[in-house]
Write a protein that binds this ligand. Sequence first.
Ligand code: NAD
Length: 519
Amino acid sequence: MTSTIPAPTSAPAAGPRRPISSAPPPAEGVDTFESLDPATGDVVGVHPVGSPEDVALAVERARETARWWGGLSFAERADHLLTWRSVITRRLPQLAELVHRETGKPHGDATLEASLAIDHIAWAAKNAKKVLGPSSVPAGLVMANQAASVEYKPLGVVGVIGPWNYPVFTPVGSIAYALAAGNTVVFKPSEYTPGVGQWLADTLAEVVGGRAVLQCVTGLGETGSALCTSGVDKLAFTGSGATGKKVMAACAETLTPVLIEAGGKDSLIVDEDADVTAAAEAALWGGMSNAGQTCIGTERVYVHRAVFAQFVDEITEQARGLRAGGAGAQIGPITMPSQVDVIRSHVQDALDKGATVVLGGPEAIGERFVQPTILTFVPESSSEMTDETFGPTLAINPVDSMEEAVERTNATRYGLAGAVYSKKRGMEIARQVRSGMTSVNSVIAFAGVPSLPFGGVGESGFGRIHGADGLKEFTYAKSITRQRFKPPLNLTSFQRDEKAEKALGLIVTLLHGGKKTLR
Ligand code: NAD
């Protein structure tokens, strides 16, 4: 039986193109689903719906392979991962085409996304030893006879569940770091981008002689749900907060630890001394690129009243000519058809509550494509300001001060990322924003810096991918003390005498009894 995920309803613009998925066609009798080109409705590929048994089998294979993969040295694992990185790089046009077909995003955006992911694979491979390998730590005066060290061991098998909006960059943020740390991975990609998930697993399999280092199990939500309770040692989920809650509840049954990378409602703050042209360019790209379907996309903009009119004029001018759909368009379709209704309801709610349309508006919302929409004076209580819109809309409001901008920015249940444009106070304002990542005088820059941890607070989730934190996320800390010589004071023995206890009291008083405080 073949099921189809909700698809665009109007006729394809062009005839169907040849599927480019690398997976062999599913065996007869296997439940399947189709992935579709959201711009045309063409079938891009047909994929099996992974059953709980398929998931269990994949986890079993992954566990066996984890003994080999986890037993390799950091250098050997790095060697495999860097080869994988090179294979992906050489086949970048093929991967970009597949991402383009399954998500609808322009080739350039697909290439940018995959390039950032490649950089992350390289960073994780090259830095795993330094971050996770054994390192000595001071034992302290009381335990001076001990050599103390800490190292970070792989958890075993990591389950990764991914979204469709960045089907390479987002899951690779978990996969590359989990693999570099010595885990094997079972990956359930979004039902909208199964071909991309399979492509990633297939290319790594080529590099490791077909071993089950990274396996892809395609399917819908039920397949993801089966992965949560399959006995994996950690579940890394990226997707909506609503699904994240289900994932956490399912994982709680087996006390499986979870990493949740969920949605956001990020703001871009513009100070009165900011470069207004640059800030407008950044807000436009942050809000409209990938048709606004970016977890760390700009959804709200707070502009100092002194430059508000100038900013609105500037961004409106820059937005002229920016179109979704059509030849050479810089904005693609809305990948998930049901999202169009969410976007429409947010825009309508803003207008019902008194917002002003500067560009686009309700009539800009089509069946598959949403044209850039800019609203101003948007009431803070409207869903356009409180909920993730995930479409090419921007809500721009004036503020009297940067304190007010920060207060409004932080008045959200999310806390993923954001941006600040200010010449003098950028760092100061960035530090006050309650979110996992902020870029000053640029937008989304942190995502391209592999050494920076990536993740949110509040309903944007918890845990971190990327950077040293992202490597440690898929490990457990192993502490070891090695006695170098017999202790002058034998404290952990029933032979301990009064003299030793007095000496300990004296040492502790000398060390900690004073009034000195850190400044
Ligand atoms: P989604 O929650 O609908 O689906 C995500 C994944 O979960 C899919 O693979 C889906 O099949 C699976 N799933 C569905 N039900 C499940 C269940 N009961 N148990 C286990 N898995 C289940 O999200 P989406 O629409 O694919 O992605 C968009 C969302 O992802 C947005 O909210 C966006 O902000 C967020 N996102 C966050 C980040 C980040 O890093 N914080 C990155 C990209 C996307």
